[in-house]
Ligand binder design. Sequence first.
Ligand SMILES: O=C(CO)COP(=O)(O)O
Length: 246
Amino acid sequence: MRRKFAAGNWKMNGLAADLAELEKMVAAKPAPSVDTAICGPATLVHRMAALGWPVGGEDCHAVASGAHTGDISAEMLADAGASYVITGHSERRADHGETDADVNAKTRAAWRAGLTAILCIGETEAEYRAGDTLDVLHRQMAGSMPEGCTGENTVLAYEPVWAIGTGLTPTRDEIGAVHNALRDALIERFGTETGLAIRILYGGSVKAANAAEIFGVADVDGALVGGASLKADDFLPIVAALEAAD
Ligand SMILES: O=C(CO)COP(=O)(O)O
């Protein structure tokens, strides 16, 4: 039985003053029946973790330490109190040219440090319009997901690039068809037990207003939430909707 999971991604947002939002979330003590986490900027991870809410990084380097100015290793995130790290977010793939092989290496780095990887895949608008969504996702999964994925060390996040920060989302049927195909692909690659254990999150313009509808789709195990995770008043209703979902 997969535990539902509501994860936030603060992206390049968050100053010390914004920790007050996380404090509000902690104070609300929401939904013990679902997993929650906020992935925050590296500058805040330590302080976020100290508040007692599960925390993740947004990226990590593939190696543990060394001459890589400005980079953060998975071990550093774990040392700062993180339990998760996002790998392969489309903004890193686009802004930093990260390839599936890079994402694969970063995901293995996350495991090495004892972190759970929230591994992101998703098609661009052009790929969506061309009807190539599943081909793209299968290719990204094949390249980005290392051997050894389990329900504990990896969470898969389907984030259509064209739905991120745009207010657009695929239809329920489209999300359902994609998540169903991803589940089949996980089972084929990792076997039935593991394929059924790996959680698949949807991400892209999830808000309180559409959360219940999205969480009602089969094989949606939760969400990776960007903009609506920055404020407690936006994120907590999403967590509540996940808890209420069948
Ligand atoms: O990229 C996302 C989460 O990783 C989604 O961002 P938005 O929820 O702001 O669309």
